[in-house]
Design a protein around this ligand. Structure first.
Ligand code: AHG
Ligand code: MN
Ligand code: MN
Ligand code: MN
Length: 332
């Protein structure tokens, strides 16, 4: 079966999804419809973001989320938009969201899928017009249909993802996703309201010369990470840190590079969340030939125990991740 039949650049997302669905003889179209529902919400959120400065939807919402973060208005708006699109689409029975403490039951008891989502990634950058994103993971429910999604349905390790993707609201808006047969990128044309295939079959370089890390916490980094950062500097690498995981990840995916958010004194388990940041990007990067680990374990193998659990993240070009792991190993 030819999973990677190259479709002409310029194919619309809808046509691409339909074409790929034909590659799966048992596909029933529900996952395809779910991907379309996510794309619809992305178009709506994209419009809100592009008008943020005019619609007074920047700034704080005036309450904290379960993470203890000051929610931004766009965090809340994006959360509402994606939950509504997934609820109305009918394919999803339950949702884990960064902005919701508990599992959101959509009421679609026949829905076969679970979605874990970071509705707006890089919230600290909303007010200063820097690229931000949305990150999502899709799992098949384990419980029988006909009832709400269960905690067990939601706490599946990353190897059970059936799809994962992100939207980057940047100089252009892109949707990048995988269903386990390669990674494809689609660029949004707002005047037509369509995503067009622009980056077919993305493969990330085996190595690179860019490292992304907030070194403000370096004094409390694990010794192995400190040594790796010194190695980057001695090797003349470039530091690039946008403060939006999706934007740093996307640049490194296309050009080669590594993103590191280690355990720190402030965040002993790291800052990033396993279910809707690390697992999704881990699936994508592996499908593109890269790697994702917590410094010693493959991200996708980590067994989740809590909806919002955090883990250290080392993600990007395979040889660079290997190097960090070697330094981490030598520290013990
Ligand atoms: P979110 O906005 O979804 O809470 O995620 C923010 C994350 C990630 O996007 C970014 O790389 C990181 O937090 C930045 O953290 P620091 O400000 O500690 O560097
Ligand atoms: Mn995030
Ligand atoms: Mn977020
Ligand atoms: Mn947040």
């Amino acid at each position: 079966m030819n999973f990677n039949l190259a479709l002409p650049v310029g194919t619309t997302l809808d046509r691409f999804i339909m074409r790929k669905e034909k590659d799966f003889p048992y596909a029933t179209g529900e996952l395809s419809q779910l991907l379309r529902d996510i794309a619809l919400a992305a178009k709506i959120v994209n419009r809100e973001i592009n008008r943020a400065g005019l619609l007074d939807v920047t700034g704080g919402f005036g309450q904290q989320n379960v993470q203890g973060e000051e929610q931004q208005k766009l965090d809340v708006i994006a959360n509402i938009r994606f939950i509504r699109a997934l609820r109305n689409g009918g394919e999803v029975c339950a949702i884990i969201s960064e902005e919701e403490e508990e599992i959101i039951q959509t009421g679609n008891k026949k829905g076969k899928y679970i979605v874990a989502i970071d509705p707006l990634d890089g919230s600290s950058n909303i007010d200063v017009n820097v690229s931000i994103g949305t990150i999502f993971s899709i799992y098949r429910r384990k419980s029988e249909t006909g009832c709400d999604g269960t905690l067990e349905d939601c706490l599946q390790n990353g190897t059970h993802q059936v799809a994962a993707g992100y939207i980057i609201y940047g100089s252009s808006t892109m949707l990048v996703y995988t269903t386990g047969n390669g990674v494809n990128g689609f660029t949004y044309e707002p005047s037509l309201g369509e995503f067009f295939l622009s980056h077919p079959d993305i493969k990330t370089p085996a190595t690179g010369t860019v490292y992304s890390c907030n070194e403000g916490g370096v004094n409390s980094f694990p010794e192995g990470v400190k040594q790796y950062l010194n190695y980057c500097k001695e090797s003349g690498y470039s530091g690039r840190y946008i403060g939006s995981l999706v934007a740093d990840f996307h640049r490194n995916l296309l050009k080669g590079g590594i993103y590191i958010y280690p355990s720190t004194a402030k965040a002993p388990n790291g800052k990033l969340r396993l279910m809707y940041e690390c697992n999704a990007l881990g699936f994508i990067v592996e499908q593109a030939g890269g790697k994702a680990s917590d410094g010693s374990r493959r991200i996708l193998d980590i067994e989740p125990t809590e909806l919002h659990q955090r883990c250290p993240l080392v993600i990007g070009s395979a040889e660079m991740v290997d190097k960090v792991e070697a330094f981490m190993k030598s520290e013990v």
